[in-house]
Write a protein that binds this ligand. Structure first.
Ligand code: HEM
Length: 498
């Protein structure tokens, strides 16, 4: 009886303590006179995210509500308190000028039990800085130029596979374009990163595609992610893993086997894995272990295939809805390739300025990630305010909301690549477009991403016309459960061979 009473007191006491801690946490902004929406006890300002709205919608509505009322606003992402920036000058300070105080993402990783989670996207501090410096040379124009031939080969395969698909597709429904784009970018990224022929264009049921399907969804719910970020050491002690075990084992095996094979045969390839292998310096503190190599290769793959596939799918979708823009892009492609002896060369791709505008406008309308995050290293005085962003605080840069701000982009829901002419870009604030982010932590693979997207697009538009089918979702809705923005019901388009 006594034991039961103690247990009841213990449970009641624990709940009371958690309740008081949450209450205290939720009073952070009001105590400091920082504007914010009243938080719910456990959800913070994200209650609707769990029920009805995407994170994109919530962040956009929050930004629009508070825009003009200050340089930043407070927001509770479940239990995690964050400062959402509203002012482009402040964003520039944090991403570029004062970057030294905002190098960290503050993501959870667990190197011991989940070795491939310790990759460039997740690392922070000096370990991130050293790794970034080592990996940056992998993305020079020269290295990317070397990879061009294999990207063009895969794009040719994409054209062949699409042509074959046409005969077996009911064109009232249209072709499942986003599925095809994931297969294209899986093959390109698999070849560019690991030098492997994934062959998913030919074989949609291959192992790589099965793995990518597990990779693109959240493994843990958002409240768990918030707790992992708040108490990383506790979660590490509990041996919590961020990455799905099957995905982890797959990449560890693929990299180990490939590295062993190349070491045995002294084979040299023009891919990222080769560059990572060259970074090994046995018996020095600088040595990159096999787990570290796998983690970085995994990051390139994970950060590269789905983002680029989404950019391609949304682009085809908008081009299908805007035939005049599609025609203009196709004219540029055909004329440029003709000037280069009918070949899709590195120089030809670089000359396709309008196509790049189309890509950047797509990434504006469909920001692949809703916001950027930074963790404050030391207390930061926000100029022209009475506020300090305290050490350890999360900073949110609402990229998608900025991309849809009508004061920056009039009529933001209209697809208009003319917004990205050189003059238009120069007339805007440099932080008005953050598709690949800015500053020292911006996307390391942006040039490579542009190449695989532009090569894919030019090969497709040169050979096919895309238009909406009765199954095309208009307006587009988005998948709530994917890590990066993806269509809710797929991108189905009519395709006609030219
Ligand atoms: C259209 C395609 C892509 C988009 C929209 C995209 C976007 C982004 C964004 C927004 C970030 C976050 C930057 C920040 O926190 O400030 C990022 C980081 C990163 N991206 Fe990309 N990315 C794309 C393709 C790629 C590709 C193809 C690769 C590799 C081959 C890649 C590798 C990375 C890595 C490793 C990081 C982490 C950089 C760091 O923390 O130092 N991305 N990307």
């Amino acid at each position: 009886m006594e034991l039961i009473r103690i247990l009841v007191y213990f449970i009641f006491g624990s709940f009371l303590l958690i309740y008081l801690a949450l209450k205290r946490n939720n009073s952070y902004f009001s105590k400091r006179g920082i504007l914010h929406d009243k938080p719910e006890l456990f959800y913070g300002n994200l209650k609707e995210f769990t029920r009805s709205k995407t994170l994109y919608q919530i962040i956009r509505e929050y930004y629009m509500k508070y825009k003009g009322s200050g340089r930043f606003v407070g927001i509770y992402l479940y239990m995690r308190k964050a400062m959402m920036l509203l002012d482009l000058d402040l964003i520039q300070d944090i991403l570029v000028k004062d970057f030294g105080n905002f190098t960290d993402h503050g993501h959870y990783y667990n190197e011991k039990d989940d070795p491939i989670s310790a990759h460039l996207v997740n690392l922070d501090g000096i370990r991130w800085k050293t790794m970034r410096a080592k990996l940056t040379p992998a993305f020079t124009s020269g290295k990317i130029k070397f990879m061009l031939t294999s990207v063009v080969d895969i794009a040719n395969q994409l054209v062949n596979v699409l042509e074959e698909t046409l005969s077996s597709t009911n064109m009232d429904d249209g072709v499942h374009c986003d599925d095809l784009m994931v297969r294209y970018t899986t093959d390109v990224t698999g070849s560019g990163v690991f030098g492997l022929k994934c062959n998913s264009l030919r074989n949609p049921n291959c192992e790589f595609i099965a793995i990518t399907k597990k990779l693109c969804y959240y493994r843990h719910s958002w409240p768990i992610v918030a707790l992992m970020t708040l108490f990383p050491n506790l979660f590490r002690k509990l041996k919590f893993k961020y990455i799905n075990e099957e995905v982890s084992q797959f990449f560890l095996r693929v990299v180990r086997e490939t590295v062993e094979f190349r070491d045995r045969t002294s084979e040299q390839r023009k891919d990222f894995l080769n560059i990572l292998m060259e970074l090994r310096k046995p018996n020095t503190v600088d040595n990159l272990t096999i787990d570290e190599i796998t983690a970085q290769a995994f990051a390139f793959f994970a950060a590269g295939y789905e983002t680029s596939a989404s950019a391609l799918s949304f682009c085809l979708y908008e081009l299908a809805l805007n035939q005049d823009i599609q025609d203009k892009a196709r004219r540029e492609i055909t004329e440029t390739i003709a000037r280069h002896d009918g070949k899709l060369t590195y120089e030809a791709v670089n000359e396709m300025k309008y196509l790049l505008q189309v890509m950047h406008e797509t990434m504006r309308m469909y920001s692949i990630v809703p916001f950027l995050v930074r963790k404050t290293a030391e207390d930061y005085i926000v100029s022209n305010t009475n506020h300090v962003i305290e050490k350890g605080t999360t900073v949110i840069i609402p990229m998608d909301a900025i991309h849809h701000d009508p004061d920056i982009y009039p009529n933001p829901e209209q697809f208009d690549p003319e917004r990205f002419t050189k003059t238009e870009v120069e007339n805007r604030h440099p932080m008005a477009w953050l598709g690949f982010s800015r500053g020292g932590r911006a996307c390391i693979g942006s040039r490579y991403a542009e190449f695989q997207v532009l090569i894919g697009l030019s090969s497709l538009l040169k050979n096919f016309r895309f238009s909406p089918s009765h199954k095309t979702q208009i307006p587009m809705k988005f998948n709530m459960y994917k890590m990066c923005r993806g269509p809710e019901k797929g991108v189905y388009l009519k395709v006609e061979k030219l």
